[in-house]
Design a protein around this ligand. Structure first.
Ligand SMILES: Cc1cc2nc3c(=O)[nH]c(=O)nc-3n(C[C@H](O)[C@H](O)[C@H](O)COP(=O)(O)O)c2cc1C
Length: 373
């Protein structure tokens, strides 16, 4: 079975690297992404196309299964927020081998995002410069579309504040988050509150603990029926992180996503000569920063996987990258840039590679490896 998956993925990888990627990378990245969303949405509609996709990309193994905060996951690799901004891919993504996915970020109002161009590839650095600014159809339209929909893998709802001048006012920003939150209380398996978009008007005000406290007070006034994660920036200083942890303990936040994009350009992993001034960086540029934050929070909160669940996000391209984050304290992993640079078969390659790494280290289930650095 594993030999067949390896051969399948090997062919898929070569095909993507030598044929598909050189063509795709000639076009504007946002156009490519929009076309993929259109095709993915179409392929997800039919049983036959879902089955074909399953055949080419899916993989499962009981050693990767976990039950986290009551959510059953067939594997620890999820799709990060930002790829399926308007929740159009919830039928096809499960067939690509992901164990869970996050849609959004979704804002209180319709959000056009920042002016184009707003997405660039840093090919040598295996990173993307992202300046979308939370473009999405808004909570009302997306919630209406997802109402009564059955998902075949757990789906997280990422919410953010609308990127506009009005939400610079703290109370208006809180109302905006709250509107998005309330729209999805009966939809999906967990919430992520994105407080770390580097591209929104007015910056990232809710990394300030007083403002975060006020935001969480409003969110928690609505009866909580699913886990809530906070998505953190990799550019926080230790004082800010400690204060966010304190507020999260107070409001019984379930965990953190470490991390969002970095704004920091002084980074040894950035090797391209030209780096756009605008936007946050994904991929290898954020990989180490994300792992360091996972490690810090895991240690700081008692090294207890059950205390705060950590989802590692940033620069995962291989099973080794994912395993490093799991050993630093992440229970789950999210991938976005890795899939764009390596192709969709990378998800099952990461999962298969994780199975081999776990067996080599003598673990019977992935949960045993969390934090075992
Ligand atoms: C094109 C793009 C759009 C993104 N949009 C969002 C978003 O809307 N909300 C969010 O929380 N993170 C967003 N992110 C950040 C990713 O979810 C992820 O945390 C980050 O890219 C690091 O993971 P990666 O290196 O695997 O891409 C976006 C990233 C990319 C590349």
């Amino acid at each position: 079975m594993n030999t067949w998956i390896k051969v399948r993925n090997y062919i898929g990888e070569k095909k993507y690297r030598w044929i598909i990627k050189p063509i795709l990378f000639k076009f504007d990245p946002e156009d490519v992404h929009d076309n993929f969303t259109f095709i993915g949405n179409f392929l997800g509609k039919y049983l036959i196309t879902r089955k074909i996709s399953n055949f080419f990309w899916n993989y499962s193994n009981p050693i990767l299964e976990q039950n986290i905060l009551g959510i059953k996951l067939k594997n620890p690799i999820g799709l990060s927020a930002g790829f399926d901004k308007n929740a159009k891919l919830t039928d096809i993504i499960p067939t690509v081998g992901f164990g869970f996915m996050e849609v959004g970020s979704i804002t209180g109002e319709v959000c056009k995002g920042n002016p184009k161009p707003r997405l660039w590839r840093l090919k040598k650095s295996k990173s993307l410069a992202v300046y979308y600014g939370l473009v999405n159809e808004g909570c009302t339209t997306i919630a209406q579309k997802l109402k009564n929909k059955k998902f075949s893998i757990p789906v997280g709802i990422s919410i953010a504040k609308t990127n506009c001048k009005e939400t610079v006012d703290t109370q208006k920003a809180i109302n905006d988050y709250s509107k998005a939150y309330k729209s999805f209380t009966d939809i999906g398996d967990y919430f992520t509150i994105n407080i770390s978009c580097p591209n929104a008007y007015g910056g990232e005000p809710f990394t300030d603990s007083i403002k975060l406290d006020a935001l969480l007070q409003t969110i928690m006034s609505v009866p909580k029926n699913k886990p809530i994660f906070l998505k953190l920036s990799p550019d926080l200083n230790l004082k800010e992180i400690d204060e966010i942890i304190d507020v999260s303990v107070k409001w019984k936040i379930d965990g953190f996503i470490c991390t969002n994009l970095t704004k920091n350009r002084n980074n040894v992993n950035i090797v391209d000569n030209i780096v756009p001034e605008l936007g946050g960086l994904s991929g290898k540029a954020v990989s180490d920063l994300s792992t360091e934050l996972i490690r810090y929070i895991y240690k700081k909160t008692g090294g207890h996987a059950s205390k705060f669940i950590i989802i590692g996000s940033g620069g995962v391209f291989t099973a080794e990258d994912a395993y490093r984050k799991i050993k630093a304290g992440a229970s789950l992993i999210q991938v976005l840039t890795g899939m764009i640079f390596e192709g969709p078969q990378v998800i099952s390659s990461i999962n298969l590679g994780l199975v081999e790494l776990l067996k080599k280290d003598g673990y019977k289930n992935i949960s045993e490896a969390i934090g075992k650095e």
